[in-house]
Design a protein. Structure first.
Length: 289
């Protein structure tokens, strides 16, 4: 088998097609999204690779190296083993585990199970159809709502890290990560980043986007969090409903988000309470070191 080579900008269309071939609507991407990966300074060139056979790109995979694991994303129908082997070698050199995520029930399950992976955790994609009219939600006493603005970068990053510290496989968001994956995210609109303010402190946040990658017209709540001292006061629901209002103003009538199936803060119950429903499940498989 030919060795993997680094991803190039001219591969973007082929890679987008591979994701659709491998996963259908469960992982629909476009070439523009692929090109943003090449521009992301947190993603090393050697971490994004393709398999080329007879001049045709037949597989794609990328890794992201965390202190405790190597995370693999892959779309390579008929060539899964090449990318799994690459990620496993990288993990073995570092003495860490490998994690791979893909839609539940996919045929890839049998392949990874044979290689010693186990199902570790699931997540859901949830959606809601918004009504024709929406009202601004009431906020807890003492809380005001405002949009993200210059100077919020560090306080918001600190609030993110505090709010998600108990999440499964939490890794702190550093300055470079926040810049590349949040501020430079496709569709970033500061008017859709809503911050709950309590006398100058960020109590919670809803970071929304006008579209979801590969699903134009689907508004997306990328990150919703409330810091521990402000929980159980209805702030999370108020933030989510406020995000719905802002997305509705931009013409969105469907909104989605992703959630850990075993979220410890009760997020799944919150989303169900406001009328969201599960549309698909994704699974994380782990190969331990």
């Amino acid at each position: 088998m030919q060795p993997l080579r680094e991803l190039r900008a001219e591969d973007a269309d082929a890679v987008a097609r591979l994701f659709f071939e491998a996963f259908g609507d469960d992982r629909r991407l476009d070439a523009e999204e692929i090109r943003t990966w090449l521009a992301n300074e947190e993603l090393r060139d050697e971490w994004l690779r393709v398999l080329e056979v007879d001049g045709r790109v037949v597989g794609y995979g990328d890794i992201y190296v965390h202190p405790d694991r190597v995370q693999l994303d892959v779309a390579a129908p008929g060539h899964w083993e090449a990318f799994l082997g690459w990620a496993e070698t990288e993990a073995a050199e570092r003495g860490v585990e490998v994690q791979v995520y893909f839609p539940a029930g996919h045929a890839l399950e049998a392949t990874v199970a044979q290689r010693g992976y186990r199902l570790a955790r699931s997540s859901y994609t949830m959606e809601i159809d918004l009504p024709e009219t929406l009202q601004q939600p009431a906020l807890p006493d003492g809380i005001t709502l405002r949009a993200y603005r210059d100077g919020d970068e560090e306080p918001l990053r600190a609030a993110l890290n505090e709010a998600f510290v108990d999440d499964w496989h939490f890794h702190a968001v550093d300055r470079a990560n926040f810049r590349e994956f949040y501020l430079k995210a496709r569709g970033f609109d500061p008017g859709l980043w809503l911050l709950a303010d309590d006398e100058g402190e960020i109590a919670g946040f809803a970071l929304a986007y006008p579209d979801h990658v590969g699903e134009e017209g689907l508004g997306w709540v990328g990150t919703l969090g409330v810091r521990a001292p402000w929980r159980r006061r209805g702030l999370g629901e108020a933030l989510l409903r406020a995000a719905f209002v802002e997305l509705h103003r931009r013409g969105r009538r469907r909104v989605g988000l992703g959630v850990d199936a075993e979220n410890v803060t009760g997020a799944l119950r919150l989303y169900e309470r406001v009328g969201m429903h599960v549309v698909r499940r994704g699974d994380n498989w782990i190969r331990e070191k």
